[in-house]
Design a protein around this ligand. Structure first.
Ligand SMILES: O=C[C@H](O)[C@@H](O)CC(=O)C(=O)O
Ligand SMILES: [Zn+2]
Length: 278
């Protein structure tokens, strides 16, 4: 488990490229036959990836040591979106078929969780966010069609994109986790500009669908103290509540966003006027 401490905005201002990457960037999310986990002490979100190739993957009993519980999800909920080949997920006594671009919400208290690829030659890639939870809401699969798609932006501003809201209160109840996927149209490069903050929630962006030589310049920092990270395919960025989160790619890309914190109101954003940015 990679542990990331919370970070004050005044500290973040002083960092160079390597320092910013160490604090905010999550790399190597998908490793064969194991789960990778990055634990941020900001709202205690865990960001990770699971890629079963030759054998099933489970959450090891040792994870309970990190969470101080008998088993990993005893006091946590988990949301995942599959960006790879078809997956089969076992949650206690139930089996779920999670196809490409489908999501699964696993409610608090799930004891035995196992992840398999249907075909190891086209392995599943399960990107997940996991957060502390206070009650057990039902485990449920959510398809792309159920994710209430919303298309925003325009070709003139290079930000035409569709937001699929998978885990939001309109679709299903969760304790605090919100998750969705935003897909850019070919030729569109910008996400989330004009940008925003939400003091009440932290957020994590995970970029994918990118060629090996493509990059996204991900913008972070306070609106008057912006910085950037060069992000490559299948890497994630942790965004504290005080930070903007927006990006521009060298080609179109897709990203998964996940939020935890005070409320679950997707539209509750503090929009940053373009004239404020520095
Ligand atoms: O708080 C909401 C999140 O930042 C994202 O949903 C924004 C996003 O997907 C986009 O504008 O493309
Ligand atoms: Zn946001």
């Amino acid at each position: 488990m990679d542990i990331r401490q919370p970070i004050h905005s005044e500290h973040a201002r002083t960092l160079d490229t390597e320092g910013l990457r160490r604090q905010f960037l999550v790399e190597d999310l998908f490793q064969p036959d194991r789960a990778t986990l990055t634990y941020s002490q900001i709202d205690r979100i865990i960001v990770g990836g699971i890629m079963p190739v030759t054998q099933p993957v489970t959450f090891s009993a040792e994870l309970g040591k990190h969470t101080g519980t008998d088993y990993f999800l005893q006091r946590r909920e988990l949301g995942l979106i599959n960006i790879g080949g078809a997956a089969r997920v076992f949650v206690d006594d139930t089996q779920y078929e999670i196809g490409p671009r489908e999501a699964l919400y696993i409610g608090q208290g799930a004891k035995i969780v196992e992840f398999k690829s249907v075909d190891g030659a086209h392995p599943a890639k399960l990107y997940f966010n996991c957060a502390p939870a206070h009650t057990a809401y039902p485990t449920r699969k959510v398809t792309l069609a159920e994710a209430s798609p919303e298309t925003l932006g325009a070709p003139e501003t290079s930000n035409r994109r569709t937001i699929y809201k998978f885990l939001v209160p309109d679709v299903l109840p969760t304790c605090q986790l919100l998750m969705g996927m935003t897909q850019l149209e070919p030729g569109s490069l910008w996400n989330t500009m004009p940008c925003h903050q939400h003091d009440r929630r932290m957020e994590v962006y995970f970029y994918f669908d990118m060629k090996a030589d493509a990059v996204v310049f991900h913008m972070l920092g306070e609106p008057t103290q912006t910085r950037h990270l060069v992000v490559r395919n299948e890497q994630a960025v942790i965004s504290p509540s005080w930070s903007i989160h927006s990006g521009v790619g060298t080609q179109a890309y897709t990203f998964i966003w996940g939020m935890v914190g005070e409320n679950q109101v997707f539209k509750d954003m503090d929009h940053v006027p373009m004239t404020t940015l520095r």
